[in-house]
Ligand binder design. Sequence first.
Ligand code: ATP
Ligand code: MG
Length: 298
Amino acid sequence: MTPPSASQAHSLPEQAGFIQPPDLSDTETFSLSTHTVIFMSRIICIANQKGGVGKTTTAVNLSASLAAAEKSVLLIDCDPQGNATSGLGIPKEKLQRHLYHLLIGQADPAEVTVSTRLPHLHLIPSQSDLIGVEVELISAPSRETFLKTKISTIASSYDYILIDCPPSLGLLTINALTAANSVLIPIQCEYYALEGLSNLLRTIKTVKQRYNSFLTIEGILMTMFDARNNLSHQILQEVDSHFPKDRLQTIIPRNVRLSESPSHGLPVLLYDINSTGARSYLMLAREIMGNGTHHAQK
Ligand code: ATP
Ligand code: MG
């Protein structure tokens, strides 16, 4: 039986702003022998502790591309820099409530979720206060599972939940990995591209062993690829020789439209739908949607 579309579970508002709590009352359930299964979203965390490799660009544009395919999507900005928030045109400085308040228990998910210009895309925004969470939660019991617990009540309302991680392997990234079904690792086609990757893989392994045994690797995504540059090809070969099964087929090219669109507060497909950047993220969305069955079997 086909799981219900989460987009049917609640109507999405037309304009950017705070949304109504999702109505889960008509979320369908379907039976598998004696068990009743509630349809859950796929939760994908986008992580690499290396800075500037394209995590946020991927989080924003993959979310937007999935939403353009009429999937119901929630993007969680789990980085105190708040780049995914501003990249979607939400003014950080005006936010009354954001991820910080959700994590420390001062707000519930509906109070921190905002709509965006894309009708199927919601955002849990962030700004610099989120830095405080690392300090405030450090001595809390179950500090690694806060995000997972807080989003558990809304997970069934979305087809996809994407989490944009900060450039560190601290508590926020651990929370994101613990909440996720899979991790997508962007790698920039530049010198030292693979530096630090073993630390990330070790962290993923630890999270899998201790907090989230179902965590899988969604794939390695090559970003800022420049076909005219030998180095880009060398990095691609290197990734293929080290991780022959893990690289995603879609390669994101270096594209000026991708770097311009955040300053307009727009995902690239609303900024320039004909750009190679927009087309590659639409292809990535198609690849990720196709990976669903493969992941269910992993
Ligand atoms: P941080 O670690 O600071 O969070 P990040 O990994 O999220 O960084 P981004 O912010 O997505 O990286 O990208 C870093 C910079 O590179 C940004 O200025 C972004 O606009 C630019 N950029 C990302 N991807 C591309 C691309 N494919 N083509 C051109 N510019 C890109
Ligand atoms: Mg970022």
